[in-house]
Write a protein that binds this ligand. Structure first.
Ligand SMILES: NC(=O)c1ccc[n+]([C@@H]2O[C@H](COP(=O)([O-])OP(=O)(O)OC[C@H]3O[C@@H](n4cnc5c(N)ncnc54)[C@H](OP(=O)(O)O)[C@@H]3O)[C@@H](O)[C@H]2O)c1
Length: 218
């Protein structure tokens, strides 16, 4: 596949390490345009959220499959509908880790068991590098959504931590802890490339969630 990579910073640069596809990067100095994108088979974005959001109209115009890991912005409310009407397939994730997809399944199970523990507290702590712009992280917000309840979320910014998420479910007399730690940013690149390959083999129009796509394949 010929893949246009938007953003070649800490995470995007790991996508460029892939040798199975032809990958060409765009950034502020080399910005994407319709004419430059239309020759590609797919687009992967690891741009900061606002930069990605500003490009959404252009990306729709290309009609190409888009895989985006950008976080820290609000999705346009009608985007899923627009993509479906135009028969365009996108996949997004706040975390392209396959391991986090497994964590989602664990939290779905824990969420179902909430009725057993009428009085409990759920806390999520996330740690990332000091350059991360958004807090709480998109993954922490996803974990809260997977628990289907209001959680106390705390954020810490230190060093070059790639991504640490810990959820504690405390009933007062027992505690369940689920921890996920990202060790190499390559894992996000691998997940995004997997999603681009999935879209080249499967038409799934609209704005699709990566974890839900993974669940379909398990
Ligand atoms: N979903 C996931 O699995 C996952 C994992 C890690 C990170 N992320 C998210 O991915 C995004 C990027 O993170 P990162 O740590 O890789 O960031 P980063 O190191 O700061 O890299 C950002 C890249 O985007 C480019 N860029 C910034 N503004 C631009 C603009 N207006 N037009 C074109 N290019 C622009 C930068 O190029 P210039 O230097 O030329 O501006 C740079 O190449 C964040 O939203 C982060 O939260 C998601």
């Amino acid at each position: 596949m010929k893949i246009a990579l938007l953003g070649q910073g800490k995470t995007g640069s790991k996508v460029l390490l892939n040798k199975h596809h032809q990958i060409i990067a765009f950034d502020s100095k080399n910005p994407p345009t319709f004419e430059r994108l239309e020759t590609f088979d797919a687009i992967i974005s690891f741009l900061p959220g606002e930069a990605f959001k500003n490009l959404i109209p252009l990306l729709i115009e290309t009609k190409l499959p888009v895989v985006t890991g950008s976080t820290g912005f609000e999705w346009p409310a009608n985007l899923d509908q627009v993509l479906k009407e135009k028969k365009i397939s996108w996949i997004y994730a706040s975390n392209f880790s396959m391991g986090v997809a497994v964590v989602k399944q664990m939290l779905n199970k824990l969420s179902q068991a909430k009725a057993l523990f009428p009085s409990h507290a759920t806390n999520i702590h996330e740690v990332h590098h000091t350059h991360k712009k958004d807090a709480p992280s998109g993954t922490a917000l996803s974990m809260e959504a997977w628990m289907n309840e209001k959680c106390t979320i705390t954020s810490e910014r230190t060093g070059d931590v790639i991504g640490f998420h810990e959820l504690k479910f405390d009933t007062g007399s027992e505690k369940i802890t689920v921890t996920h730690e990202a060790l190499d940013r390559k894992l996000f690149a691998d997940g995004a490339i997997w999603a681009a390959e999935y879209l080249s083999n499967n038409k799934t129009f609209g704005l699709n969630n990566f974890q839900e796509i993974i669940e379909r394949t398990l």
